[in-house]
Design a protein around this ligand. Sequence first.
Ligand code: HEM
Ligand SMILES: [Cu+2]
Length: 560
Amino acid sequence: MTNLATELIAASQPPMPGTPNDWKRFFSFSTDHKVIGIQYLVTSFFFFLVGGIFAMIIRGELITPEADLVDRTVYNAMFTMHGTVMLFLWTFPCLLGLGNYLVPLMIGARDMAFPRLNAIAFWMVPVFGTILMASFLVPGGPAQAGWWAYPPVSLQNPTGNLINGQMLWLLAVAISGVSSIMGAVNFVTTIARMRAPGMTWFRMPVFVWTVLAAQIIQLFGLPALTAGAVMLLLDLTVGTTFFDPAKGGDPVLFQHFFWFYSHPAVYVIILPIFGIFSEVLPVYARKPLFGYKVVAISSLIITGLSAIVWVHHMFASGTPGWMRMIFMATTMLISVPTGIKVFAWVATIWGGKLRLNTAMLFALGGLVMFVFSGITGIMLAAVPVDIHVNNTYFVVGHFHYVIYGAVVMGIYAAIYHWFPKMTGRMYSEGLGKLHFALTFIGTNLNFFPMHPLGLQGMPRRVASYDPEFTFWNVVASLGAFLLGMSTLPFILNMIGSWVQGEKAPKNPWRAIGLEWLLSSPPTVENFEELPIVVSEPYGYGKSDPLVSNPDELEVAHEPN
Ligand code: HEM
Ligand SMILES: [Cu+2]
């Protein structure tokens, strides 16, 4: 039996020469989960920039009260495409990329359960991305009905062409749904069936738990969205009447299909971020994750609750009062398991010896932003407040604090944390910290002003506004441009360090976890011999493997 301490000490050495580093495999139909993971990540970051350009146009338009930069049709297309690209082509693929790369390593598997299915699911992403982008070329331009695509607005087809922006949009969303369902089947099976000997449920890292919880949501929710998208596509193209009120259809039915998935979808996004916080904070605080089991199980509780709250998006759609009360209560209930997690993270870093490198800064920054967004989220869950600020910038401010503050920063934390593992190179801390500073300031400048704007009554989805709202809009737009610029040091750092960064040892952060036992980057088959796991994760502190008595270590690594 080799124990973890010796392994980890060995892991601090530079990697063996000749680790696979052939970049061409990233352009091939590879079935290696690590290659697919990086394919997902790079593709998603490409679309992050595309969605970001749309955001810059939106904020450029809103820097003055008049609609002068782009006309209203283009503006509608911009916020529709911004929302769509950011969700379906940036956040989801990015998190799938992290999951693909990390989950098999973390559970001691050689690959995902269905490697080919995995590759097919990935290659559908560039396909539907291209379909969506092609809508810029068709007469009438891209979809303009918003990323929620409510009928009857989404059923309008002024140009009369069969191939139009909305039709391509629905096609892309349907393909994305199919691709994500394939991904979900693969993750759930992999986690359930492919764990190394000894990797019991309660020895799985929290990131694995959160990916599992998120992918279960995909399994029950996506069929609803995909069915809704296909039905709407049929209404639009062959004249069925599921949702068209003029022909006896029910547009509110579409809202149910849509939100039954799209509310839980926010947990598909945020749960893996909770996982990332749970992985990153203990390493750089050198303390075990506080309340590991509770943090792990609360992920599944969130999944369960997320399925019964969707109507809170429809408080203003003629939902009867008694029903609003039920959905208000279930929504507020989610703050309990979520609050428990926040408490656990704070307890984890409390009194720890914090190492403030870039990964840790992003994790802490993301946590702070998440707490703020949680407060405005509770406000929105209260029916009277929601009715008041419904369709105002308050909502946009709230969810961008979640999505930029917590999600984007969480993803950055993960990228920096696992960058040495993925690329075999170290990143530049200087550029990283600059990136963090610009991101943190930019996010707050950009999205804080949206709260006062919303409370004062500025509606969302408008290209022009009353001049009394000018001040906060100028601040928000300047923040947005700063945020746009913040990606430059990041891109520089990633490309520069990948090409010529310092070579990374196996375990530069002295982290505990199976992935850190492997060379950086790991070899194709991950583990030469599958590890045998004999203890819980997060054993930082008391028996810190590299500091105190290595014999106390409980995780072992043994041939089978
Ligand atoms: C520099 C960064 C960003 C800026 C300046 C920005 C700005 C905006 C603005 C002003 C709107 C409101 C449009 C309206 O309701 O009139 C919006 C909507 C939206 N944003 Fe962002 N955003 C940014 C990043 C992101 C990210 C990273 C996501 C990730 C998922 C995202 C997702 C969305 C979604 C889903 C909508 C709703 C789209 C819609 O109303 O159709 N945004 N964004
Ligand atoms: Cu919701």
